[in-house]
Design a protein around this ligand. Structure first.
Ligand code: 6PG
Length: 233
């Protein structure tokens, strides 16, 4: 089955790992290698982080490495419009699992001010992102309907935006802020993680080249998709 996927898009490197644990270690290796290369070349590593539950373990592993985080810049692919420090915010999950455990200057953390609401928060983040792209690595998860970041199937956004205000999201909360397909694709490397049985259907649609937000994101150099056995269709 997966061979077919590769035929559809030969630029994708699909890897199936036996468990979420092995998947997380593989993701860690990929991130650390790209960080080293980017720092050697440009003195900085610009990384876009994903929300959701799948990358949590990766962040915990990352926090235990001896990477020089003073040269890392952290961005978010999307954020949920909830009050500051709300436990359901992506930034809060990343603070708990990673940022609070590493030595990184607060000036290197570029999270989304989603407490300002969709419109203003998106506008502000777009101004920042315009000065920061391209990224070295964009890390993304995938929802069971094939959404990624907060780009949902059937939602239409203005083509010229780097960051969208999202209303009526089918995953709570309804109001969100998301980097656009264009902004997420302004990256040298893209790493997508999908774990669990409930992702099979979307993986199968992706395999059949059906249009999905997750399959619309591209990268300049390399796209890697890590699936665990359960997510493989
Ligand atoms: C969010 C996300 C979203 C997430 C996927 C996968 O704010 O929820 O950024 O795009 O990555 O829904 O979520 P899981 O990893 O929890 O399955």
């Amino acid at each position: 089955m997966l061979k077919n996927i590769n035929k559809i898009n030969t630029t994708l490197d699909w890897q199936v790992l036996p468990s979420i644990d092995v998947l997380s270690h593989s993701a860690l290796d990929i991130i650390v290698k790209i960080a080293e290369k980017s720092i050697a070349k440009e003195g900085v590593f610009r990384l876009v982080l994903a929300g959701g539950t799948t990358p949590k373990k990766v962040y915990q592993l990352l926090a235990k490495t001896d990477c020089d985080f003073s040269l890392w810049e952290l961005y978010l692919g999307d954020e949920r419009c909830l009050p500051k420090q709300h436990t359901d915010r992506n930034s809060e999950m990343i603070l708990q699992t990673l940022v609070s455990k590493i030595n990184i200057p607060s000036s290197n953390i570029y999270f989304i001010d989603a407490e300002l609401g969709g419109e203003l928060g998106a506008k502000q983040y777009a101004t920042l992102i315009a000065k920061k792209i391209p990224f070295h690595l964009v890390l993304l998860g995938m929802g069971e309907d094939g959404h990624t970041a907060s780009l949902f199937p059937g939602h239409i956004h203005p083509k010229n935006e780097l960051v969208h205000a999202v209303y009526d999201a089918p995953k709570a909360p309804k109001e969100r802020i998301s980097l656009s397909q264009y902004a997420l694709s302004q990256t040298h490397n893209l790493l997508i993680l999908a774990s669990g049985k409930n992702k099979r259907d979307a993986i199968s649609q992706w395999q059949q080249a059906k249009p999905l937000p997750v399959s619309s994101i591209t990268a300049f150099s390399k796209i890697t998709v890590l699936l665990d056995e359960e997510a493989k269709c």
